[in-house]
Ligand binder design. Structure first.
Ligand code: C2O
Ligand code: CU
Ligand code: CU
Length: 509
C-alpha cells in the first residue's frame, strides 16, 4: 500500500507540472470529431531506455526499453506502475471515457503505440505510417468504445515491432465498468493480471534478440509480469486471472499442475456468455484469456503451478520447429525450445484466507452478429497465408505502407465474413491472426488436425486475435462500424509481422 500511495502523491505533483506542458499540444488538429470534448483521462506515455530486474534471484539489472506513464488528468488508479520487470504501467479506464495520450519517443529509433483490442480512429491506432522519430511525439485521442475487456498497448513501427516489444515495451489497458462485483466476479486484489512473455538471455545476462527467420523469436525463460521464475502470492478462494500472451512468437497451452479444469470467463473482447471449463487453453501471441480459479483447492493446497503443456500444433508445425532449430537456429547459435515444448509459466503461493465466491452461471451475452446480416455469406472474402522466398505473406503480398488491394476495401457498417486459410503445405506453421478496428466473432473452423491443441481453443466470445492452425480455414464475422480509414490486419507472431505478414485494409464510407 505504501508504494501505491507514494506513487499517487508523486503523480498528483507531476500532473500539476504536466498540465502546463500539455496546454501547448491542445490546439493540434489530431483529434477526430468524436473527441472534441474535454478528455476524461489524460496521460503522458514515454518510451525510453531503462534498467530493470528481470530475475529477482540474481537481482542483476538488465538494459530494457520501457514505457513510463504519468497521469495528467483522471481518476486515481488510472495508472498502476509495474513494480517489477520492464512492463509499462497498467492503464485502467471505463467504457465511454475520452482518453488523450501524449506519447513521447525517447528511444534511439522510430516508434508508435498501438492500443490492441480497442476500436479507435485511424490516426490514433498506431499505424506504422504515423511512427515518430527519436525525440518526436504524437497525441492520441479516442473514446473507449465497446465492452469491458483486457486490452493492451505495444509499439507498432514497420519492421521493428518484434524488437521493441521484446526489449520491454508493452503494458495492459484494462477497460472496466465498475460492475464486476455486482456480477459476482472477484475484484480488487482478487482480480490479477498475468502477462506471459518468453525471453532469451545472452552469456552477459543481457536480453538477446536473435529471432529465427521462420519461427520468430523464441526464448528459453518464461517471464510473468516481467520477472523470471515468478511466484505470485495469492489468498485462498476465488480469483480472476486476466492473462495476456505478450510473447513475440510463443504459443502456450495453459493448464493447472493439479489437473483442475481451466475455467474461462472472458477472452479478447470481454466476458463470455457463461463460464466454460476446459482441460487446458491455447493462448497465442496477442490473445487474452481470463480464468476463474479457486486457490487453496485440494489436493495442492498452498502451492499450484500454471504450466504450458507440450503440444503439436499440426503435422508440419513441429517438423518445422525441429528444422528451425537445426538449420536456422544459427545466427548467434541459440534459441529457445520450439513452440510446443513444455514449460512452467509461474507458481502461486497460497497464503491466508480470501473469499470463496460461487461461480456465476451467466456472465454477459456477447450479442453476436446474426448470419442474416452478412452480405457475403456464400462467398466470404478470402485471405491466404503463403510463403515465398522465406517470407510469410498474406494473399501473396507483403506489407506496403499505404497499399490496399481490391480485396482489402470494405464498407463501413457492413457485416462480412472473412475466411483465413493456412494451407502453406510442408511449411505450415500456426499463425495468430489479428485484425485491428474492433472485435469480431469466430464463425467456424475447419480442416486442422491438431488433437493436442483443439480442446483448448476458446471461440465463443468476441475476439481480435485468433490462432490459425496449419491446414485450417477459419471464418470470422467482422463489421467496422465506427471509423473509416486505413487499418491493419496481420500475424501477431511479431517476427512474421515485421517480415511483412501484415496488410492494410481500408474502411470506406
Ligand atoms: Cu497487437 Cu497490430 O497489434
Ligand atoms: Cu491491434
Ligand atoms: Cu505468422
Amino acid at each position: 500500500m505504501g508504494v501505491s500511495s507514494r506513487r499517487e502523491i508523486l503523480q498528483a505533483g507531476l500532473a500539476a507540472a504536466g498540465g502546463l506542458a500539455f496546454a501547448c499540444t491542445r490546439g493540434r488538429p489530431s483529434a477526430a470529431a468524436e473527441t472534441r470534448s474535454a478528455p476524461d483521462v489524460e496521460l503522458a506515455l514515454r518510451a525510453a531506455p531503462a534498467e530493470a530486474i528481470l530475475d529477482p534471484a540474481s537481482r542483476r539489472p538488465v538494459g530494457v526499453w520501457r514505457y513510463e506513464g504519468r497521469l495528467v488528468k483522471g481518476r486515481s488508479g488510472t495508472l498502476t506502475d509495474a513494480t517489477t520487470g520492464a512492463l509499462g504501467p497498467t492503464i485502467r479506464v471505463r467504457p465511454g471515457d475520452h482518453v488523450r495520450v501524449r506519447f513521447e519517443n525517447a528511444l534511439p529509433e522510430s516508434s508508435i503505440v498501438h492500443w490492441h483490442g480497442l476500436d479507435v480512429p485511424e490516426e490514433s491506432d498506431g499505424h506504422p505510417r504515423f511512427a515518430v522519430g527519436p525525440g518526436g511525439s504524437r497525441t492520441y485521442d479516442f473514446v473507449v468504445a465497446g465492452r469491458p475487456a483486457t486490452a493492451w498497448y505495444h509499439p507498432h513501427p514497420d519492421g521493428r515491432t518484434g524488437a521493441q516489444v521484446y526489449a520491454g515495451l508493452a503494458g495492459l489497458f484494462i477497460v472496466s465498468d465498475g460492475d464486476d462485483e455486482a456480477r459476482g466476479l472477484p475484484v480488487g486484489p482478487f482480480d490479477l493480471p498475468i502477462v506471459i512473455q518468453d525471453r532469451l538471455f545472452g552469456p552477459d545476462g543481457a536480453l538477446a534478440y536473435a529471432p529465427n527467420p521462420i519461427l520468430g523469436m523464441l526464448g528459453d525463460r518464461v517471464l510473468v509480469n516481467g520477472v523470471e521464475d515468478a511466484t505470485l502470492d495469492v489468498r485462498e478462494g476465488s480469483t480472476r486471472l486476466r492473462i495476456l500472451n505478450g510473447s513475440n512468437a510463443r504459443i502456450y497451452k495453459l493448464a493447472w499442475s493439479d489437473g483442475s479444469p481451466v475455467v474461462v470467463i472472458a477472452t479478447d473482447g470481454g466476458l463470455l456468455a457463461a463460464p466454460v471449463a476446459k482441460p487446458y487453453v491455447m493462448l497465442a501471441p496477442g490473445e487474452r484469456i481470463e480464468i476463474w480459479t479457486e486457490f487453496g483447492r485440494s489436493p495442492t493446497g498452498s502451492r499450484v503451478t500454471l504450466e504450458s503443456l507440450a503440444f503439436d500444433a499440426g503435422a508440419s508445425g513441429m517438423g518445422m520447429g525441429g528444422m528451425g532449430m537445426g538449420m536456422m537456429g544459427g545466427g548467434r547459435g541459440r534459441s529457445g525450445p520450439a513452440n510446443g515444448a513444455a514449460l512452467t509459466v509461474c507458481r502461486f503461493s497460497v497464503r491466508g484466507a480470501g473469499r470463496k465466491l460461487p461461480l456465476p452461471r451467466r456472465l454477459d451475452p456477447p450479442a453476436f452478429r446474426p448470419a442474416a446480416e452478412v452480405v457475403n455469406g456464400r462467398e466470404p472474402r478470402r485471405f491466404e497465408v503463403s510463403m515465398a522466398m522465406m517470407r510469410w505473406m498474406l494473399n501473396g503480398a507483403p506489407f506496403e505502407m499505404e497499399e490496399v488491394a481490391a480485396n482489402e476495401r470494405i464498407k463501413r457498417g457492413v457485416t462480412e465474413d472473412w475466411e483465413f486459410a493456412n494451407l502453406a503445405g510442408m511449411m505450415a506453421l500456426p499463425h495468430p491472426i489479428h485484425i485491428h478496428g474492433g472485435q469480431f466473432q469466430i464463425v467456424s473452423r475447419a480442416g486442422a488436425s491438431a488433437p493436442t491443441v483443439a480442446d483448448g481453443l476458446v471461440d465463443g466470445g468476441w475476439k481480435d486475435t485468433f490462432l490459425l492452425l496449419p491446414g485450417e480455414r477459419v471464418r470470422v464475422r467482422v463489421r467496422f462500424a465506427r471509423h473509416a480509414g486505413l487499418f491493419l490486419y496481420h500475424c501477431h507472431n511479431l517476427e512474421h509481422e515485421d517480415m511483412g505478414m501484415m496488410r492494410n485494409f481500408r474502411v470506406e464510407t
